[in-house]
Structure formats: structure tokens, C-alpha cells
Design a protein around this ligand. Structure first.
Ligand SMILES: [Ca+2]
Length: 249
């Protein structure tokens, strides 16, 4: 981007100083071409950075698995407990892709027992916050009536595709475990950043007593950086096993 920008500026300045129509016409074409190139570069950069990736079979085979956290046939990965990632924080999509490379996805908390397991780990290890795969359906194809209003009925676990219970109900004690408060004192999810004009709170983080509220779920803008928890993805494991000769446990 920086290189294209500087070429564009230099080239435009030089050619615009010429007197002939032909040169000016060429300059116009040159600028148009450069603009197209810059747009392409921006689009390619965005696509490269912001799309979900497919798993890497070798990374899947070598993924870190903690035996004592094996549950329902799934292994889990806690970024802060692994030396190489212990100090790393990532935005929601980058965290998802790190998990996906290893045939996992961000953790999905489909039942109270699994939610307690992850929340207890956050509390025991004194981690400030983490990402889950929780996501608000607020993109294309999210206009279905059963997903409205989105703040209540639009939540799902992107790691497994399972819909969450309505955010204003409790199907079990502390499940779903949305916080009763947040930065503006309102029960979660509240989409606070949207109201403040700084973005959509489309992703679900677990925050550790951030607002004196205990270990609770909060809707958060997806660009924030946090440690993360991965969970085995049956879909990605099946895909990697079926497309590679590498033995993936
Ligand atoms: Ca919020």
C-alpha cells in the first residue's frame, strides 16, 4: 500500500505538469489504472486478512491437547497456558483462524457444564477476559424472523453453528451467563459501542469481574484483542482427515 501510494503521488505530479493533451490523457489513464490497482491491493489485503481459513493437517496433528480438559470427544486449548501464546492477544477473527488452522474453532458453550468449565479456568488463572465463538447474526442472510430482535434472538455459537437461547432468558442457573451490567450499567448484551458510535458489539467475550459482576458474558466489538480458548471442531477435523494422509488424533 505504501509503495503504491508513493508511486501514485509521484507519477501524478510529474505527468500533470506536461502541456500536451496526449500526455494528459495518458496521465488520466495512468491514474485510473493506479486507482484500480490500489483498490485491488486493498481488497486483496482485506480478503487475505479477514476471511476464515481452512485447517492445516500437520498443525491439526500437532495441536496442543490437554488431556484433563477432554470433554465430549473434544480437546481444548487455552492460549494463556501455552508458552508460545501465553502473552498473545488477538481480535476475534484472528483468534478464530489460529484455532481453525489447528482443526479447532473458538470455544462454543452449548451447555451449562461446558460454560462452567471455561469460566472456572478464567477465574482460576486470573485471566482478565477471553474470546468465545459467540456471535451476533448481523450480516447477510440474518433477516430471518426467528433471529429478531437480534440483540435477544440473534446470538449463535459460530464454532458449532448452534443457536443460543434468547439472551433475556435463563435455561439453567447462570445459563446463558450474560452479565447483568456493563460499561454503561445495562444488562448484557447491550451493544453499547453502537450507541457510542464506535462500532457494533457483535462478538461474545467472557470478562473476569470487569464491572464487579463476576465471570460473565459480554457482547464486545470484535476488533478488541483478547486471549482465547479453542475447541476441537468435528467439521474441520473430518475435513482435514479426509483430505490428508497425515494421521490426525
Ligand atoms: Ca456490551
Amino acid at each position: 500500500m505504501g509503495l503504491l501510494d508513493s508511486q501514485c503521488t509521484d507519477g501524478t505530479g510529474n505527468i500533470a505538469g506536461s502541456k500536451t493533451g496526449l500526455v494528459q490523457e495518458k496521465a488520466g489513464r495512468f491514474r485510473t489504472m493506479l486507482r484500480a490497482l490500489v483498490l485491488l491491493a486493498v481488497a486483496a489485503y482485506a480478503a487475505a486478512q479477514r476471511e476464515l481459513i481452512l485447517p492445516d493437517p500437520r498443525a491439526c496433528a500437532n495441536r496442543v491437547r490437554h488431556a484433563h480438559e477432554f470433554r465430549n470427544g473434544h480437546h481444548y486449548f487455552y492460549s494463556w497456558r501455552h508458552r508460545a501464546t501465553s502473552r498473545h492477544e488477538r481480535d476475534w477473527l484472528d483468534a478464530r483462524n489460529i484455532c481453525r488452522k489447528h482443526c479447532q474453532d473458538l470455544v462454543s458453550l452449548e451447555d451449562p457444564q461446558e460454560a462452567r468449565m471455561i469460566e472456572n479456568a478464567v477465574a482460576q488463572d486470573n485471566v482478565r477476559y477471553i474470546w468465545t465463538s459467540g456471535r451476533k447474526c448481523d450480516f447477510d442472510d440474518c433477516d430471518r424472523p426467528d433471529l429478531q430482535p437480534k440483540l435477544i434472538n440473534g446470538w449463535f455459537w459460530s464454532g458449532s453453528g448452534q443457536k443460543m437461547p434468547p439472551s433475556n432468558t435463563r435455561t439453567a442457573p447462570n445459563y446463558p451467563n450474560w452479565s447483568p451490567t456493563g460499561g454503561s450499567g445495562r444488562a448484557q448484551p447491550d451493544n453499547r459501542e453502537h450507541d457510542e458510535g464506535t462500532g457494533e458489539e457483535s462478538c461474545v467475550g467472557i470478562l473476569n469481574n470487569f464491572y464487579g459482576d463476576g465471570v460473565k458474558w459480554h457482547d464486545v466489538a470484535c476488533h478488541h484483542q483478547k486471549p482465547w480458548v479453542c475447541e476441537d471442531s468435528d467439521e474441520l477435523l473430518n475435513y482435514a482427515r479426509s483430505t490428508s494422509r497425515i494421521r490426525i488424533p
